[in-house]
Design a protein around this ligand. Structure first.
Ligand code: FES
Length: 87
């Protein structure tokens, strides 16, 4: 994952091993760690802070220590550029 900031917001677009793209908030709701270095395993994004996990399609938290979901946004790759569709 990579973690660009844009317009005062932070995003974490990622590509899974089966080549799907997804995007979520760039900060973990637990202790605001940037999850950009975390792996995506079996449709779960793992936060490098304390190994909290989130569904890569919905941003839904999948158990402790995280207590909140992450917003999601569409991500596409066009011509080698990663495009994040933020509201
Ligand atoms: S900061 Fe993400 S799980 Fe703690």
């Amino acid at each position: 994952m990579i973690g660009p900031d844009r317009g005062g917001r932070s995003f974490s677009p990622c590509r899974s091993p089966d080549d799907r793209t997804c995007g979520t908030d760039g900060r973990c709701p637990h202790e605001r760690v940037r999850p950009a270095d975390g792996p995506v395993i079996d449709r779960l994004i793992e936060c490098p802070g304390h190994t909290g996990q989130f569904d890569d399609r919905t941003g839904k938290a999948k158990g402790a220590p995280v207590c909140g979901n992450r917003a999601t946004c569409p991500v596409t790759v066009e011509g080698g550029r990663v495009l994040v569709q933020a509201d």
